[in-house]
Each structure stands twice: as structure tokens, then as C-alpha cells.
Design a protein around this ligand. Structure first.
Ligand SMILES: Nc1nc2c(c(=O)[nH]1)N[C@H]1C(S)=C(S)[C@@H](COP(=O)(O)OP(=O)(O)OC[C@H]3O[C@@H](n4cnc5c(=O)[nH]c(N)nc54)[C@H](O)[C@@H]3O)O[C@H]1N2
Ligand SMILES: Nc1nc2c(c(=O)[nH]1)N[C@H]1C(S)=C(S)[C@@H](COP(=O)(O)OP(=O)(O)OC[C@H]3O[C@@H](n4cnc5c(=O)[nH]c(N)nc54)[C@H](O)[C@@H]3O)O[C@H]1N2
Ligand code: SF4
Ligand SMILES: [Mo]
Length: 659
């Protein structure tokens, strides 16, 4: 039995150090390594379930081509050589006939490895393929916070742990970042740190926190201004800090003063005394840490909410007293790694959130997907699937598993899981980094992303030397300034390195200070955060959706079964519609109908529903069919938490969505 030291490469804030027990070439178990001060000692259910996912019967183990209609099986096995030549010919023909822009690379963070994800993009950089703006997850929050701070990085986790009050704002850390939550809980145990959750639903984090504040979805700007006004009135803002480190404070303060407790309560549903309670808490317990969730910024006004919350710690005299994602604080030379700086062709960039319509219109004739499952995770699902299913669109998927997207492909190529390859990834939230060793030999005929891309490059007779260089040498250059000390050589020698973060008191705004009133503008933004009016509920409800512990997005249904097909409904909303606990209900809007099992609970507010993401309904329709492909103005992010739906008992429901 051997122990292999690796790192979980999933799209997860924690990026746990993982030790893998391997016996005669087979993974027996995975465990959390104690060497990472943040993730020490335990893994989440997905990390523990990894051996089952690696050996699951949903693995793609050989290249496959879609069969002719009417064939006995939807796909047939072919040798790599055949698949590679076919795809390379298709790439060439597409460029010749339709131009480079009609090639679409659709990739995401299924594996966050520098080599498996970013280096492997070099082929598409040289071809000048269209790519997306990668706005599906966090971009709106980065952009919103960036308006006031320059870059959006914030505090390090040890600073969080040293705080006396930690606010998880639109952040379900207990589920989405279980090691960060564990650190916060430890701080509570050690020092009496108070844990607060600000969430419209009683999430697992809200349940386990000391204080739970329940604003209406999308009303966080109003709540932030209400807290700011309380601090201003109590003369509890740090004017010395503000004078030295910021600009635009008078305009901000004037706007905040307009948010009287009555006005705040009207917008948020949070009573004045609760706002006062948070204000008192922030005054009595310093320093505070504001943990800004990605859920907060995935709504119509998400970027506004993120920027409003991020300004609160500045009032308290804290340099970047928030954490959203620290990715922008790292010095990593991405354009070298992914080859875009060497390429003669600058590919077009399109909205990721809005890509459904383009796919459905046949704008791309060749789509290459890796590290993502767009046929589950993108909004406007009906359009996405229509686009992928078009006869004139050639879809190639390189994945470890038979995803819903692979099922729609013309060619499916088998990929190595992160346990079958060597790589490096860096957490956006903690600073610790080590080499991810390969734990086992590749299963079946699975190939590394780089090998696949180099084989295409050869068949396309591409001569750019940078496609064929040693990836580890390229990585060494890319990460030359990333660590406090050391680099790739030290990682290869088995050392644990610490990632350097830009200084907390450096602000990359035009003024070089925190700008309470931003002088730059993005996507039509105003200088101050604004609370957009929230639609009056009427018969419409807002459907919130976020992840549950056993799944990473669409992954792990092969290990844990379907993502729970449930929807939380407030008792009042249920009573109005004659819905009882465990009834099958239709959740619908003009885009789609998804049938789910109702859980009648006061964990959500009246007018609000919640469902796990990204589930498939009992009727086979994905949750994301309900989500419009609308992008936010600021940052172009999605509006997953602003989806308007109706709900009714499912019996007698007409499929056209009429109520
Ligand atoms: N188990 C698991 N963990 C994951 C993932 C996973 O798929 N599974 N995915 C990872 C990824 S890529 C991401 S982006 C993160 C996301 O993880 P988080 O940053 O925690 O974000 P979410 O889970 O989307 O939402 C967090 C909370 O925001 C609340 N919320 C929704 N709208 C609003 C609002 O308007 N105001 C306020 N105050 N709260 C609101 C929701 O009710 C929810 O409880 O999780 C990561 N971790
Ligand atoms: N309704 C709703 N939908 C959402 C969200 C929401 O809040 N609500 N949130 C969005 C967010 S925050 C995110 S980040 C996206 C995530 O969206 P996706 O990136 O599409 O997420 P996954 O479903 O995890 O898909 C990752 C795919 O990569 C594959 N994979 C894993 N490892 C490897 C590898 O080493 N190599 C290759 N080639 N493939 C690999 C997996 O098998 C899987 O098919 O979903 C978004 N979708
Ligand atoms: S998914 Fe996240 S929490 Fe779970 S083992 Fe991987 S890095 Fe750790
Ligand atoms: Mo995400």
C-alpha cells in the first residue's frame, strides 16, 4: 500500500490536500492531509466519494463517435487515431468554410489544474477560436468590488480566524467551503467569535450560525446602507482611516443617511432593531470579517450587492476586511500559460451566460467542450440543448464521465481524472499549495488534455513551437512570481509553498485609494452602489438555488444518485395554492416547467422558493431551463437567484406553462 500526496482539483474554494491510499495500482481510499493548515484532516463527501467516481460505470474510457440514427447504440467505440483525424479534419473544414470565429471553445473549471485546464487551451489560442467571458460564476462580484478597491482580493483566512465577528453574507460556507466554515467554528470555540449569516433562507450555515439575518433576496444594498447609517449615527465609523485611505466618502455617507430604518425595513423586511443589533455587534467586536458569497452576486442586482457589502469593512477602518475570492490577488501570468500572448489570432469573446441563444442560432459550427457540462449548468437550457443538438453543429466533448453534454456530442473523448495526472492548482481562498501527484495509471484509453491538444495540433500541421514545449517548463515561468518563496522546482521536490497575495493596503483604483464613490464605471455602473427596486411579488415567486454537499455542480450523481428533486415552499405560499408537504408540484415560467417534490417549510420567506442546483426535475427537465440567459450589466454574470416562477400542484397542469 502506498500513500500518494495530491490536491483535490475541483472547482471548490478549499482545494484540499488529499492523501490517496493505493494498493496494486488501485485507489483504496482518500483522506484529508494534515499538512494544509486550512483543509487539515478531513474531506467533504465528494472527496471521500472520489474512488467511487473514478471507478464509476459512467466513466468515458474510450473515444466514441455518435452512431448513425437508428443504430443499436447511441455511440460506438473508435480508436484514438480515427477520432483525432476526424476532429482535426472537421476543425480545418470549419475554418475554411465558416472562419475561425465559428469554432467555439467552451471550457470551465471541472479541473482547475494549470496544465489540464489552462495550458491545454494553447491549441485554441493559436487557432483564434471564439471563447467565452467566463462570467458564469464570479465575474460580476469581482467587477462590482473592483469598482471600489481596484482588484477584488481580500483578507487571508488566518485573518478571518482572528476576527471576533465573522459575517457569512450570501455565503453558505458550511456546505460550499466546509473547511473555511470549520476554521470559523474553531474561532468561535477558541475565542467566542460570533458567527452571523445573512441569507434569505435558513441555509445550513444560517442554522449553525449564532445570528441569522433574513433579508429579502436582492435587498442587500439597502441592508448595507442601513448598517452604514447606524454606524454613522453612532459616530462609530473610523474617520481617521477613511480620511487617509479613501475618497468619495461624503457622497456615500449622504446616500447612506437616506436609508432610514423604516425605508430599510420596507426594502429588506429586516426590522430596525435587527439592523441596530448588527451595528452594535460591529461596534463592540473588532475586527470583523465579511465573507461575501458567490450566491450573493448571482442575481439581477448581484454585483451591486457585492460592492455594497464590501464597503462596510472600510467604514470600520479595515483594509480589505472582506473575502470574496482572492484570485485577483495572485501574480500568475495567464496569457503565457494559455498561449494567448503568443497567438497571431485574437479570438472573439462572447458572453458565457448568454451563449444559449447563439448556440441555438447555429452561430458556431464546431464546439469543443472540456471541463464543463453546459447541458446542465448554463442558463437558458432549452436553447443550449437545441444548439448542441443541431445537425449542422459538430460537438466534441473531452470529459472523464458521460455527462449530459457528452450525450449530445458527435465525438466523445476520454479524459483522465485529477487522480490520474500530475498538476498544480491554487486555491482562490487559502494560500497553501503543493504538487498534485498522479495517484494511479490512466484508466482505459483516457488521455491528458495536453496530449489531445498536441495531437490535434500535429494533424493540423501547426508549427508554433509554443504548442509543443515542455508544459512544466512553461509552468515554471508562469508561476515565477506567484509564491512567497520558491517555485515549481520546489513543488516538484514535494514542498508546501505559500502563495503571495498583493498587499492588503494597496488599491488599484484610479486614485490609488478605496473609492466609496467609484470614479471608474463598468457596464453602466453608477459611482455608488444602488438598490434597484425589487419586483413586487404578486403571484410570482423568486426561486433561489444553491449547491448541496454531495455534488459539485452536475457531478457525483453516479455516486450519490440524483440531486434531490425538491423545492422549499413557505407554508403561506403552500396554503394559498393548496400545496401540502411532499406533494409533487410544477415550478414553471414562460421558459419551462420543472416538477419537484414540495417541502413546506418556514426556512424560506413567503414569496421565495429554494431548490438545490443544478437538479433535473422529476419530469426530466433541468432546473436551468427555468433560468433566462440574461447577463448582469456589471460583469456580465448570471441571474440564477432572480428567477421568477409560479408554482402549483402538478396534477392537471397544462404543459404550455399557463396557470
Ligand atoms: N458542495 C458544493 N460546494 C461548492 C460547489 C458545489 O457545487 N457543491 N460549488 C463551488 C462554486 S463554483 C461556487 S461558485 C460556490 C458558491 O458557494 P457560495 O458562495 O456559498 O454561494 P451559493 O451556495 O450559491 O449561495 C450562498 C447563499 O446565498 C443565498 N442567497 C441567494 N440570494 C441571495 C441574496 O440576494 N442575498 C443574500 N444575502 N443571500 C442570497 C442562498 O440562499 C445561499 O444559501 O460553491 C463552491 N462550493
Ligand atoms: N441553476 C444554477 N446553475 C448554476 C449555478 C447556480 O448557482 N445555479 N452556478 C454556476 C456556477 S457558480 C458554476 S461554477 C457552474 C459550473 O458549471 P460546470 O463547469 O459545467 O460544472 P460541472 O457540472 O462540475 O462540470 C464539470 C465537468 O468537467 C468534467 N471534468 C472533471 N474533471 C475533469 C478533467 O480533469 N478533465 C476533463 N476534461 N473534464 C473533467 C466533469 O466530469 C464535468 O462533466 O455552474 C453554474 N450553474
Ligand atoms: S470538493 Fe472541496 S471540500 Fe471536497 S475534498 Fe475537494 S477541495 Fe475538499
Ligand atoms: Mo462557481
Amino acid at each position: 500500500m502506498k500513500t500518494i500526496k495530491t490536491v483535490c482539483h475541483r472547482d471548490c474554494p478549499d482545494n484540499c490536500f488529499m492523501d490517496v491510499s493505493v494498493d496494486r495500482g488501485k485507489i483504496i481510499a482518500t483522506r484529508g492531509s494534515t499538512l494544509n493548515p486550512v483543509t487539515r484532516g478531513f474531506l467533504c463527501p465528494r472527496g471521500i466519494g472520489d474512488p467511487q467516481r473514478v471507478y464509476s460505470n459512467k466513466r468515458v474510457l474510450h473515444p466514441h463517435l455518435k452512431s448513425e440514427p437508428g443504430g443499436p447504440e447511441p455511440f460506438r467505440r473508435v480508436p484514438w487515431d480515427v477520432a483525432l483525424s476526424l476532429v482535426a479534419d472537421r476543425i480545418k473544414a470549419t475554418i475554411d468554410t465558416h472562419g475561425r470565429e465559428s469554432l467555439l471553445l467552451y471550457d470551465y473549471a471541472g479541473n482547475t489544474g494549470f496544465l489540464a485546464w489552462h495550458f491545454a487551451k494553447r491549441l485554441w489560442s493559436t487557432l483564434g477560436a471564439t471563447t467565452t467571458d467566463y462570467a458564469l460564476c464570479s465575474r460580476s462580484g469581482h467587477t462590482g468590488i473592483g469598482l471600489h478597491y481596484g482588484l477584488s482580493y481580500g483578507l487571508q483566512l488566518p485573518d478571518m480566524a482572528a476576527s471576533t465577528v465573522i459575517l457569512f453574507w450570501g455565503n453558505n460556507a458550511k456546505v460550499s467551503a466546509s473547511h473555511i466554515w470549520a476554521m470559523a467554528r474553531q474561532a468561535r470555540k477558541d475565542r467566542g467569535t460570533i458567527l452571523v449569516s445573512v441569507d434569505p433562507r435558513r441555509s445550513p450555515t444560517a442554522k449553525a450560525a449564532d445570528i441569522w439575518i433574513q433579508p429579502r433576496p436582492g435587498s442587500d444594498v439597502a441592508l448595507s446602507y442601513g448598517i452604514a447609517r447606524y454606524l454613522l449615527e453612532k459616530e462609530a465609523v473610523d474617520l481617521g482611516f477613511i480620511g487617509k485611505w479613501s475618497t468619495g466618502f461624503p457622497a456615500y455617507a449622504e446616500t447612506a443617511m437616506g436609508w432610514t430604518p423604516e425605508r430599510v425595513e420596507q426594502a429588506t423586511g429586516v426590522p430596525g432593531q435587527v439592523v441596530a443589533q448588527i451595528g452594535e455587534l460591529l461596534m463592540a467586536h473588532r475586527p470583523a470579517a465579511f465573507m461575501i458569497g458567490l450566491g450573493l452576486q448571482k442575481s439581477m442586482q448581484g454585483a451591486e450587492s457585492a460592492r455594497a457589502v464590501a464597503l462596510l469593512p472600510a467604514l470600520l477602518g479595515l483594509h480589505r476586511g472582506f473575502q470574496y475570492s482572492n484570485s485577483k490577488g495572485h501574480e500568475i501570468d495567464w496569457t503565457t500559460l494559455n498561449g494567448s500572448r503568443f497567438s497571431r489570432h485574437r479570438g472573439k469573446v462572447v458572453s458565457q451566460v448568454g451563449i444559449g441563444k447563439r448556440l441555438a442560432a447555429g452561430e458556431f459550427k464546431f464546439v469543443y467542450v472540456f471541463g464543463s457540462n453546459p447541458a446542465m449548468t448554463l442558463p437558458d437550457q432549452a436553447a443550449v440543448r437545441r444548439g448542441l443538438d443541431r445537425e449542422d453543429v459538430y460537438v466534441v466533448v473531452h470529459d472523464t464521465h458521460w455527462s449530459e453534454t457528452a450525450a449530445r456530442a458527435d465525438v466523445v473523448l476520454p479524459a483522465l481524472t485529477f487522480l490520474e495526472k500530475r498538476d498544480v492548482c491554487i486555491s482562490d481562498h487559502h494560500a497553501y499549495s503543493r504538487l498534485s501527484e498522479q495517484a494511479i495509471a490512466p484508466l482505459g484509453d483516457s488521455w491528458h488534455e495536453i496530449r489531445v491538444m498536441q495531437q490535434f495540433a500535429k494533424r493540423l500541421r501547426l508549427t508554433d513551437g509554443w504548442l509543443y514545449v515542455d508544459p512544466w517548463a512553461a509552468l515554471e515561468k508562469t508561476l515565477a512570481h506567484t509564491y512567497r518563496e520558491g517555485g515549481v522546482k520546489h513543488l516538484l521536490a514535494g514542498e508546501v509553498l505559500e502563495v503571495k497575495l498583493r498587499p492588503n493596503d494597496a488599491y488599484q483604483t484610479p486614485s490609488g485609494k478605496i473609492e466609496f464613490a467609484a470614479t471608474a464605471s463598468q457596464g453602466g455602473s453608477t459611482p455608488l452602489p444602488i438598490q434597484h427596486p425589487l419586483p413586487r411579488a404578486g403571484s410570482w415567486l423568486v426561486l433561489l438555488n444553491s449547491s448541496v454537499a454531495n455534488y459539485t455542480h452536475s457531478q457525483f450523481t453516479d455516486v450519490f444518485g440524483p440531486i434531490p428533486q425538491v423545492v422549499w415552499v413557505h407554508p403561506e405560499d403552500a396554503a394559498h395554492r393548496s400545496i401540502e408537504d411532499n406533494d409533487v408540484v410544477a415550478v414553471f415560467n414562460e421558459l419551462a416547467t420543472v416538477t419537484l417534490c414540495a417541502k413546506v417549510t418556514d426556512r424560506v420567506l413567503p414569496g421565495t422558493l429554494w431548490a438545490p442546483r443544478p437538479l433535473t426535475g422529476l419530469n426530466g427537465v433541468p432546473l436551468n431551463a427555468l433560468v433566462p440567459g440574461i447577463s448582469q450589466g456589471i460583469g456580465g454574470g448570471p441571474i440564477f437567484n432572480s428567477v421568477k416562477v409560479k408554482i402549483k400542484p402538478s396534477a392537471g397542469f397544462s404543459e404550455n406553462g399557463e396557470s
